[in-house]
Design a protein around this ligand. Sequence first.
Ligand SMILES: Cc1cc2nc3c(=O)[nH]c(=O)nc-3n(C[C@H](O)[C@H](O)[C@H](O)COP(=O)(O)O)c2cc1C
Length: 152
Amino acid sequence: MKTLIIYKSVHHKNTEKVARAMAEVLGARLAQPEEVDPAALAEYDLIGFGSGIYFSRHHKTIRAFIDRLPAMSKDAFVFSTSGATGDHSGPLIAKLKGKGLNVKGTFACTGFDTFGPFRLIGGLQRGHPDEKDLADARAFANGLLKQAPEAQ
Ligand SMILES: Cc1cc2nc3c(=O)[nH]c(=O)nc-3n(C[C@H](O)[C@H](O)[C@H](O)COP(=O)(O)O)c2cc1C
């Protein structure tokens, strides 16, 4: 299953750790949105989209990349790291579905956050993503592999 993971990780490289863990399991190519020609997505079976959460949404470069995509029938997944617990994937899933992509799953974990006032208290979620978060990310990626057509 040829997989591409498009991610943006600007605050503390939290999401990059998750992206790399998933890429190892999936044998995926990792890329930044500005490195990917939307036409090149045609050669992939599965595309992951991930970033930190900024004001309750994925990073603007990920959102803008999806806005530029033509309609396509492709499998996708979404992941994120965030200062607050919970999965904030909803808006990105809606965007991907709007382009015809089939979102097979989402993964979210916390990430070290020193935004604004949180810096004054030493940050939130120090040490995250930690080893358990990365093990969870690998397990999620393994689940995607098991869903792949050649695995059935
Ligand atoms: C400007 C800014 C806005 C943020 N907004 C949110 C937010 O709305 N909700 C949240 O849970 N975390 C928020 N965070 C925390 C980041 O999502 C978190 O630290 C994430 O792990 C960063 O990922 P990265 O290091 O891969 O960029 C914000 C961080 C910054 C710098």
